[in-house]
Structures are given as C-alpha cells and as structure tokens.
Write a protein of this length. Sequence first.
Length: 307
Amino acid sequence: MLDWDDLRFFLALSRHGSLSAAAKALHVSQSTVGRRLTSLEATLAVRLLNRTPEGYVPTLAGAAVREKAERVEVEAIALERDVSGRDARLRGLVRVTCAETMAAHVLAPSFARLHATHPDVVIELIPNSRELSLSMREADISVRLSQPEQHDLVVRRIGGIAFGIYATAEYLRDYGAMDFDEGCSGHRLITQLDDVQEMTQSAWLTEIASRATVVLQTSSHEAAVLAAANGGGLACLARFRADAEPRLIRLPVPIEPPGADVLLLVHKDNRDTPRIRVVLTHITDCIHGLAPMLQPQDTTVRVVERS
C-alpha cells in the first residue's frame, strides 16, 4: 500500500535535488530520505529519480508521480490547515519566519514576555532572508519587509524601518568623504544579493554611488553590518541595528534612503487559530512599542574629517 510519507520524501528530494538539502528541509537524516525513496520506488516498481552530477532529476515516471503527488500534498495541507484552524487551545507550536537581523534583535528578545503569559505556546523562530511558504506550512506567520508573492494571505502593515548609510571612521579617513556629484568614485560598497528584502535600499545605494565599486554582496543583513563595521566599505543598513554598532558612523546624504514597511503575514485559514492569533497580537504590539527605535526621527549625523 502506498505510504503518503514516502511521497513527501520523494517530493522534497525532487524539489531540492540533493539528499542533504531534502534532509534539511524535512529535519531528518540523509539516510532517511534515501531509504524512503527506495521504499517508494520498490512499492511502485519503477525508478523515479536519476542521480546526476547536477543532483537528482525525475525520470518520466517520476515527473508523472510528482504531478499527482503535488495535488495530494495540496489537499493534505488544506485539510491540516482546516483542522488546526479549529483548535481552540492556547497551546502548541507556532512557526515564525523573518529576516535574520529582525529575528535576533527584535523578535527573539520579545518572546520571553510572550512565554511568561502563554507558557504552553512554543515558538519556532526561522530566520530566513527569503520568503517561506505559508500555504505549504513552512511557517505559520511571516514578518517581512517586502510585499509577498504568495496568494491566500492576510497582509497587514504594522510598522516601518528607517535606513542610513554607514562606514567606520577608519574607512572614511582612508577613502575620504563621499562626493555624490561624482558618484562616490573610489569608494567601496557592501550590498545585498538579488531577491532579498533589502534590495530596494541596495539599489538606491548603487544608484547614488554609481561610480563606487561593489566589493561584497550578501543575503545576510547582519553580515553586511559586520562587514561595514570592520572597515569593508559603505553600506545602507537598518538604523535600529547599525546605530547600536559603536564602530559605525551614519553619514550625511543628499536624500534620505528609502525606508521599508514591516508587514505581518498569515494564511487566511490560520488567522483565527487562538495560538496563532496570540502570537500575531504579540508581534504587532512588539513592533508598535519599538517604533522609536525602528523609525528614529532624528537626522543628526557625524562627520569625520580626512586626516
């Protein structure tokens, strides 16, 4: 008899292309993924995936099975959402995904207060610069800085984040003041990789410093902060994080960098589940309470003269 769990493992391997990536997504060992694939292929008496130098790729039979398995998966997840949405208990696991810096410096410190009032609600905090699927139950709640591409979501703006350009005093003494009329020629930039949430700010930085050289790109905002703090170059960073870094100086610019909205996302089928509703309310209150830090109104900057 066909085992749905075997199909789950097959889908993960066909999507991710490697045992290690599929195992990580499923929170199991690589040997478990391999064993489940073998079990499914034995049950169906057909090879479903071929191992190539580029990873596992579906055979013709595998492609047909994947198409049908994905339809089963959609129905299974819809059933799970429907059942969990009727759970009236204030207990259980709630998966929250957000960018790394937001997780470490905003949400994680606040969850102690949540646990004090709701000790039976367990948070799984998943820092990820890219969008996880709420529809596929990769997470229950998402805190993002850009509009989602997913459908069937309830999206609410709960705050904003201000940005600035930062560098160290040592960097400025070595490379001099920024001449925006000349596109900051001779300077070095630290920017974000494509398809991460801070791309708007990176695009703005590369536009006003069009003659500077990009020396580091990263999908991690925290990595950009630390690279700039160690003299790596100019970076457009969230003020709530960079203002707290003693080695960084916020620099004067002819026009303020674009800010970002803080968006709270939940699947429409889950928004009234009590444990999820409690976490949604907690995150909203947290962001509202931190508004002076996330969107500071002062415009004072330090200027360092080249020695």
